[in-house]
Write a protein that binds this ligand. Sequence first.
Ligand code: PLP
Length: 426
Amino acid sequence: MIYKRSSELFNEAKKYIPGGVNSPVRAFNAVGGEPIFVKEAKGAYLYDEDGNKIIDYIASWGPLILGHAYDPVINAVIEKAKKGTSFGMPTEIETELAKLAVSMVPNIDKIRFVNSGTEACMSAVRLARGFKGKDKIIKFAGCYHGHSDSFLIQAGSGAVTFGSPNSPGVTEGTAKDTLLANYNDLDNVTSMVAANKGEIAAIIIEPVAGNMGCIIPSKEFITGLRELCTKEGILLIFDEVMTGFRLGRGGAQEVLGVDADIVTFGKVIGGGLPVGAFAARDEIMDYLAPNGPVYQAGTLSGNPLAMSAGLAMLTELNNNPDIFRSLAEKTEYLHKGLEKALDKKGIAYQINRFGSMISVHFTDEPVIDFESSAKGNNDTFKKYFHGMLSKGVYLPPSAFESYFLNDALSYKDLDDTIAALESLDL
Ligand code: PLP
């Protein structure tokens, strides 16, 4: 494939935008080479500025679960845009989306819309701290909850690939209130809670992690975490920015059968427009301004275009919950095909999969947490990533990310992907 125009555009972008990108992982630093500039996309395919057609396994990092430029979403946005793009005043569609989201997700009575997953998690933690009157939170190494200061402590996703999961600029004062535990290690969390008895407001977790590859919580771990929080009066925050409206109508809470106290959303809930949200029972949500003392606001929050995209997306998913099953089946098919192709190569690998999330790790140890994920062979990963791209398959440009399958992918696309891997020399 030729990337001449992408390369020119990247060089131009670098003059005016730090690193040429507006979010670090897009720069391909973890895998080397230069990013591809997208011209347009439809269904399962990206079309880049050089005219290459590429099968997409990222779907804008998750939001486009029904594929790119999905007609009902696009039409809803176009119609809404004709009536004005922002008012800074209440609109009916905010309530419509809120009502639908609340009807789909367990354990939530009210939801507040923001503009990103970062804002959702940042606000959820502030609410938890205000509600509990305590400062400390526990997060898990390798989990990513956006780039607000409290979370850039051993964060996953792009933060890891830049060798700075603890970002300069985060003050020691902030960092000391974020305690760091190991994913899938209940004893570790339990002793941390005991050592900080009565001081922890919340534990925040990706209920199925997607920012150190796809990591599945053991049943014992995730149910034990719920029991621990209940026993100790700690709020359990499920960061469902990736898993919400992806793993099922009710997200990870429903699929894992574990209740959270606060849930955060992003990605799918905005249908590809900038939306985040956080939600909980009335008792907690009424602690938020203007009803309660915890402040949170946004000029563009509940933006009509974003709400219309989210409403069109959730309406489709609510009316056709079979999509979640068919996506999981496609992901399983891909899993088996990749497994067969990798077995023939005789190299060490692990594939983790949950619903429509999947990741490949080049290691012979089970990948269950940040430490085991970090042991993957990055040289092999780079060859794999660039090899697949050269065959027209776009995978996450980092071993610390999950793939997100979208419903527009056909079995022929999956077969082409598997064939691409078979033809690679790793
Ligand atoms: N939480 C999780 C689990 C995420 O994966 C992400 C982003 O990838 C975020 C929060 C932050 O969301 P955003 O990038 O919309 O700020």
